[in-house]
Design a binder for this molecule. Structure first.
Ligand code: Q9C
Ligand code: ZN
Length: 344
């Protein structure tokens, strides 16, 4: 399968994240992409750099002031103190209910909070370069599908599905799946389906398309009552305005088995078939794997082959975008299983 990879991914390498009050090494790290690249190369897939500049698409799915902040954030951080090069910026204050988000504060950390949903999206010197390259890959994947390719995989990081119109979150900065879906729309696909199979609800993607009928969003994920992102992803979120009926959330209890998960997949694919989509974008999180360190679903490596097979049966031009998956050593094998199942 044609696969896009980005050397810039290695430049997004923050050291630590917070976990239960402690600083721990970042789970979303460059080794993830390396394991995927190595496995795909071993399976004979063609690894290519992106060919499309996603800049015009970014402006269609994200707010200009958020993009401006993200692009300049590291330089602003350094401008505060040259010693910050060895440190990591984290937000410490957020404009929750009753506070204003329309006025941008001048203070850097206050703006970091304004544009973040959590303190779980650490930044580093190369975050913008890596995130932009991943978005370029998503745009390139869309272009390849529009040119007649059957399926494309983006073996990229950072992931994107928690990033909303004007905020980062959950290791995500730019919503790559949204970029791919918008690029497909711009290129002539009248209807696009976006299927999110990451363990965590794709709150950012849902938010971007919530009032649109042209891009159907369907997601299978851990119940937000107990799982991140906690504040979105319930079954009663069905879309709004013109998008009413074009959002499908299938939350499953923590610990769900593969059997339960594949029943939900049938439900999602039935809705996608009814949408009459011209193309499919898959937010491919592999953190549904039983061995994932922060997730609780019970899928095994063979289940990813079955996922690939089932998605191929949907019969749509398909762009796979890598999202989560933190059992890094198994990530390459699990990704390769999806591609193998799809092409079998
Ligand atoms: N320190 C994706 O899978 N943070 N994001 C976990 C552990 C939330 C996951 C906290 C998980 C975000 C793309
Ligand atoms: Zn996830």
């Amino acid at each position: 399968m044609l696969t896009f990879v980005t050397p810039e991914q290695a430049l997004h390498a923050p050291a630590d994240e917070f976990f239960r009050g402690q600083r721990v090494p970042c789970l979303e790290n460059p080794t993830r992409a390396r394991f995927v690249e190595d496995a795909l190369r071993a399976h004979g897939h063609a690894l290519r750099p992106p060919t499309v500049d996603s800049a015009p698409l970014l402006a269609q799915v994200h707010a200009p002031r958020y993009l401006d902040f993200l692009r300049g954030a590291w330089d602003e951080w350094l401008a505060l103190d040259a010693a910050n090069a060895q440190l990591q910026p984290f937000p410490s204050v957020w404009p929750v209910r009753t506070l204003r988000s329309d006025v941008e504060p001048a203070n850097f950390v206050a703006r970091l909070g304004l544009y973040s949903m959590d303190n779980g999206s650490p930044m580093a010197a190369g975050t913008w370069s890596a995130a932009k390259a991943a978005a370029d890959a998503a745009a390139s994947a869309a272009q390849a599908l529009l040119a007649g390719e059957r399926a494309v995989f983006c073996a990229t990081r950072p992931p994107g599905h928690h990033a909303g119109p004007d905020f980062m979150g959950g290791y995500c900065f730019i919503n790559n799946a949204a970029v791919a879906a918008q690029a497909l729309r711009n290129g002539g696909a009248a209807r696009v389906a976006l299927l999110d199979v990451d363990y965590h609800h794709g709150n950012g993607t849902q938010a971007i398309f919530y009032e649109r009928a042209d891009v159907l969003f369907a997601s299978i994920h851990g119940d937000p009552r107990t799982e991140y992102p906690f504040y979105l992803g319930h079954a009663d979120e069905t879309g709004a305005g013109a998008g009413q009926g074009f959002n499908l959330n299938l939350p499953l209890p923590a610990g769900s088995t593969a059997a339960v998960w594949f029943d939900a997949l049938e439900h999602a694919l039935a809705r996608i078939a009814r949408h009459g989509a011209d193309a499919l974008v898959v937010s491919l999180g592999l953190d549904t794997f039983a061995g994932d360190p922060i997730s609780t679903f019970q899928l095994q490596a063979d289940d990813f082959t079955r996922l690939g097979q089932r998605l191929a049966q949907a019969g749509l031009p398909t762009a796979f975008i890598l999202e989560g998956g933190y059992a890094a050593a198994e990530l390459g094998h699990n990704a390769a299983q999806v591609l193998q199942g799809f092409e079998s």
